[in-house]
Design a protein around this ligand. Structure first.
Ligand SMILES: Nc1ncnc2c1ncn2[C@@H]1O[C@H](COP(=O)(O)OP(=O)(O)OP(=O)(O)O)[C@@H](O)[C@H]1O
Ligand SMILES: [Mg+2]
Length: 512
């Protein structure tokens, strides 16, 4: 069945002739959109997404959070990318299984983490089991960020992950049902092999010669014919390709139903010459950095779409688990201790820290069944709360000790994603071990990347939850001022687990 959606009108034929794009053909032949900033690329993508939403599943990789507004009108699930890689991968897999359209919102991540998150997520879509290879449009705005032509300031590792995922999407995605729709400001900045795999083009206003020439090459035009791209108005594109038109055709993109958050600001006249009040306000000295404010900075449990997905899995598992309810009841304290024991046993298995929470939970329920733990079971919410502790190797004995209550109280006051790192540091300091390495810190965040460990450490330092110092040999010591503890010196570049063996150089506790 042929499904065509209307992108707008054909410019040279007045208002009446619709400019159509054939969605089925698009799935097989992909699309590249290019145009300078403000030429209307994101608007065009939005039009295509809105019009095709009823016909095909969609994933939008959204570096600026511009497309989250699709969720209200079209029901796209918004996935905040600021979460662990294992989590993102699991969500990517479930997106393919559930066939729900989604927006991966990357706006809260720095450039390097944006690349990693997009790469991990795209790879999860790509690696889906064959039975889930349903057709999906994968729209990537600002594609030059994710598939850059040249190495920039981003680490090689992050660039490789994201470039590899984009290459898979554009070169090998078709068989797996994935159709790349990518937009870029500068063709010259986009990796050539990624651009070359699109057979459909929409070229908007372009000023630089190098970009015009590449556009002309891709469209098979003479270079002087590419001059037309310089003259295009905003919202006008030259279309070519099997899903669009057999010859270059100028189209005018139609209107959209949802709005981008960051639309072009209109001119606003500044106020008359600054008043004395304004001068005083602007020139005042910078406030002295204040101590960490009391109280939580963000809700302890921000609503998140993963929670909902995981909760659903949990419900299914719990209903399977009715047999456990029938087992004889056990006193609360004993059952609690058994839960903690099972969890540390699961976590002690190699690479368990990288497993998805839903998979761990399934293991957990099996262990509960084997031990015939009676009484109310731990639900997924309760289980998730315990995972950071288990990942950080905080065992039931430590939790039951006198001092852990203070650690938990400080951790309550920080963002959820920082807690596992804090727990690990607290455990190391409490046991007078060396400071965990970047790899150790990454592992408790379920990540393979030492950069993730370092960035969580920096965030803790910025929040004044910890202070970092170096000893004479350049080894790292982390101070936990709220607890009056510090770790022994540890090598930040050491392999995972080494800090456990370096207990002999423990310092005295600081005075509280
Ligand atoms: N066809 C159109 N009809 C009406 N308004 C449009 C159209 N195309 C673009 N606009 C408006 O022009 C502005 C710039 O468009 P848009 O954000 O799509 O540009 P862009 O090419 O994505 O720019 P950047 O590369 O900087 O992201 C927006 O405010 C958008 O709403
Ligand atoms: Mg844009």
């Amino acid at each position: 069945m042929k499904v065509e959606v209307e992108l707008g009108t054909i410019a040279e034929r007045g208002e009446s002739a619709p400019a159509l794009i054939d969605i089925e053909e698009l799935l097989a032949t992909r699309l590249l959109v290019q145009g300078n900033s403000g030429s209307g690329k994101s608007h065009l993508l939005r039009r295509l997404i809105e019009k095709s939403a009823p016909h095909v599943q969609q994933t939008i990789i959204d570096p600026e959070g511009d497309f989250v507004s699709l969720s209200e009108r079209f029901g796209h699930l918004v996935i905040d990318a600021d979460r662990g890689e294992a989590d993102l991968q699991a969500i990517g897999e479930r997106i393919r299984q559930s066939r729900v359209s989604c927006v991966l919102n990357l706006e809260n991540l720095d450039a390097e983490l944006q690349l990693r998150a997009a790469g991990v997520f795209l790879n999860a879509l790509f690696d889906a089991e064959r039975e889930y290879w349903y057709p999906m449009l994968v729209v990537v705005d600002e594609a030059q960020l994710f598939a850059p032509a040249a190495a920039g300031e981003i680490s090689d590792e992050a660039r490789k992950i994201s470039l590899g995922a984009m290459t898979n999407l554009m070169c090998r995605g078709r068989k797996r049902g994935l159709a790349g729709v990518i937009a870029t400001q500068r063709l010259a900045k986009l990796a050539k092999n990624v651009a070359a795999e699109a057979s459909n083009f929409l070229m908007g206003r372009t000023f630089l010669d190098i970009d015009m020439q590449r556009a002309a090459d891709l469209l098979g035009l003479e270079r002087r014919q590419a001059e037309v791209f310089r003259e295009l108005e905003r919202g006008r594109f030259v279309a070519l390709g099997p899903a669009l038109s057999r010859r270059p055709l100028q189209i005018r993109v139609g209107s959209v139903e949802t709005v981008a958050r960051g639309s072009t600001p209109g001119l606003t006249p500044p106020p008359a010459p600054p008043t004395d009040d304004a001068r005083e306000f602007i020139l005042a000295s910078a406030p002295v950095a204040s101590a960490r404010p009391a109280g939580p900075r963000r809700p302890a449990n921000p609503p998140s779409s993963t929670d909902e997905v995981l909760a659903e899995v949990a419900r299914a598992r719990c209903s399977e688990d009715a047999s456990v309810e029938a087992a004889p009841a056990m006193p609360d304290g004993e059952r609690e201790a058994a839960f903690a024991q099972i969890l540390s046993q699961i976590m002690s298995e190699p690479d368990a820290v990288f497993r998805q929470e839903a998979v761990l939970y399934q293991d957990f329920l099996v262990h509960c069944r084997i031990r015939r733990l009676g009484g109310p079971q731990l639900d997924l919410g309760g289980f998730r709360k315990r995972i950071p502790l288990a990942r950080a190797g905080v065992d039931p004995e430590i939790i039951a000790g006198d001092e852990w209550g203070r650690v938990a109280a400080v951790a309550d006051d920080m963002a959820e994603e920082l807690r596992p790192v804090y727990y690990l540091l607290a455990r190391a300091a409490m046991k007078r071990l060396a400071c965990p390495s970047d790899m150790d810190l990454a592992r408790v965040c379920a990540s393979h990347s030492p950069g993730r460990g370092r960035s969580r450490l920096q965030a803790l330092e910025q929040g004044t939850f910890i202070a970092i110092r170096k000893d004479m040999r350049g080894k790292r010591i982390v101070v936990l001022p709220d607890l009056g503890w510090e770790t022994a010196a540890g090598d930040p570049a050491a392999p995972a687990g080494q800090f456990l063996d370096e207990a002999e150089i423990a310092p005295e506790r600081l005075a509280v």
